[in-house]
Design a protein around this ligand. Structure first.
Ligand code: ATP
Ligand code: MG
Length: 207
């Protein structure tokens, strides 16, 4: 059964794209059949993949696909993908500017929504608002699991500190965080980052 994991946050730059691609390459490494869908009209990942293929002379048919979609089309496209059963996981990287309607539709078809946030005051406020906006979708879609993924956290921070800082958000948090690291700033679109593996494992355990 295909599982849909959507990265959603109203905050631009909170780490949706960074985590979506790291999760996808990591899952591909675990021999999962993965499709990465980008709804952000900047299409950063699709462009990065083209560059990787050209630069490293890769055989694209051996890589997991990265495809474009849009707020209007994503929900019916995901329904079709689920019924085709072609993929184990579909990862959706949405745009910070996604409309309310777009977010709602994505939540209704997703198994898991991951809200990325740092611990800065600004990010926390937006994460709080994003959780509030998404919560009603849990009633409409009983399979939906909403999680906070703390991102860009100083690597020496204790998980308890992260938990305490995020305690006001009425939502589950993964038992791990993504540290602020240079290796995560320019992720490969085909090679997994070893240091992301434990995060992938934690996400898969909660699905
Ligand atoms: N864990 C991390 N460590 C270091 N840099 C990070 C990390 N996560 C994100 N970044 C950097 O922060 C910036 C914003 O990240 P990213 O593009 O993933 O955010 P986004 O939520 O997809 O933004 P948008 O809403 O604009 O699409 C990028 O320059 C990225 O390299
Ligand atoms: Mg992005």
């Amino acid at each position: 059964m295909t599982k849909i994991i959507s990265f959603i946050s109203r905050k631009g730059g909170s780490g949706k794209t960074t985590n979506a691609i790291n999760l996808a390459t990591s899952m591909h490494d675990l021999k999962k059949k993965v499709l990465l869908v980008e709804t952000d009209p900047n299409y950063t990942l699709i462009s990065s993949r083209k560059i990787d293929v050209f630069k490293y002379k890769l055989n694209e048919s051996k890589l997991f696909p990265i495809v474009a979609s849009s707020d209007d089309e994503i929900a019916p496209e995901l329904e079709t993908l689920i019924s085709s059963g072609q993929y184990d996981y579909v990862i959706v990287d949405s745009a910070g500017k996604t409309t309310d309607q777009g977010i709602k539709e994505l939540c209704l078809v997703s198994d898991m929504v991951i809200i990325t946030t740092s611990l800065t005051q600004n990010d926390l406020l937006v994460a709080y608002q994003t959780v509030k906006d998404l919560k009603p979708a849990e009633k409409l879609n009983p399979k939906l699991k909403i999680f906070i993924l703390p991102n860009r956290i100083h690597s020496h921070t204790r998980i308890k500190t992260v938990r305490d800082t995020l305690a006001n958000l009425d939502v589950e948090m993964f038992d791990t965080f993504v540290p602020q690291r240079k290796i995560f700033t320019a992720p490969s679109t085909y090679k997994s980052e070893r240091k992301y593996r434990c995060i992938t494992k934690t996400i898969l355990e909660k699905l």
